[in-house]
Design a protein around this ligand. Structure first.
Ligand code: PGA
Length: 237
């Protein structure tokens, strides 16, 4: 595992964009698992800037959805795929996407997602944020390392942290997530962590026991790079 501590969100975004661009330049057909949430947004904006400036070409990469709410009508503003499309897929000129098909019932959507991920030989790079409760995607605690791609009910912690995204709109209570097994078998994992409110959960993820009660702790078994700002990493060395 590598931990890099950056001064602030802006420096973290630049460093994360360097990392992601390095992977894509090395293998243009890279398959990238893409987190939404607030943490990676500056990083995606910096990647967009580089694409627009002609410094980076992401057109051969495949973007893979990490998670999605269940039960939203087509075109609902809370769709996590919609967020990923606006923030990552379209601005980076990505042509190929693997996503959860909301027209299918959940079990079939998960089976199809797993088949498609297997069909591209798995994930080269997972870009992840850290849930305040240690979740990865929507692998809520408790989730062990073999937890499959599946439908689940969100915990009160995730309902409350996700409420910040949607203003007056309610957070859906059910979701689909790429399984722990899919995430942990990624060839590289980039975990981005910003803010003092993530400090305790980051310390537990990096220094505490590997436990289903903190799904992010299992990242230590992967080829992991953690980029954290000083506020999140205070006290870690
Ligand atoms: P955040 O979400 O990036 O908005 O903090 C992270 C998460 O809940 O996984």
């Amino acid at each position: 595992m590598t931990l890099e501590i950056l001064a602030d969100a802006e420096h973290l975004a630049a460093r994360a964009a360097d990392f992601i661009a390095g992977v894509i330049n090395e293998k243009p057909q890279t398959t990238v698992l893409v987190a939404t949430g607030n943490t990676p947004m500056r990083t995606y904006a910096e990647l967009e800037r580089r694409v627009k400036a002609g410094e980076l070409d992401c057109s051969s990469a495949t973007a893979v959805q990490l998670d999605e709410y269940l039960g939203l009508p087509e075109g609902d503003p809370r769709s996590l795929y919609g967020w990923m499309e606006r923030a990552f897929v379209r601005p980076l000129g990505i042509q190929r996407v693997i996503r959860f098909d909301s027209a299918l019932e959940p079990h079939s959507a998960c089976a199809r997602f797993d088949r498609e991920v297997a069909g591209v030989d798995g994930i080269d790079l997972a870009i992840l944020g850290l849930g305040p409760n240690g979740h990865l995607g929507f692998n809520e605690p408790p989730s062990g390392p073999d937890a499959p791609t599946r439908a689940l009910t969100l915990t009160p912690e995730s309902l409350s942290s996700n409420a910040a995204y949607w203003g007056e709109l309610e957070v859906p209570t059910r979701a689909l997530t790429a399984g722990m097994s899919t995430i942990l078998s990624s060839r590289r994992v980039l975990l981005l962590v910003l803010g003092a409110h993530k400090r305790e959960v980051l310390a537990r993820a990096l220094l505490g026991p590997l436990t289903p009660d903190l799904p992010a702790s299992y990242l230590r078994d992967t080829n992991l790079t953690v980029l954290a700002d000083q506020a999140a990493a205070r006290g870690l060395t």
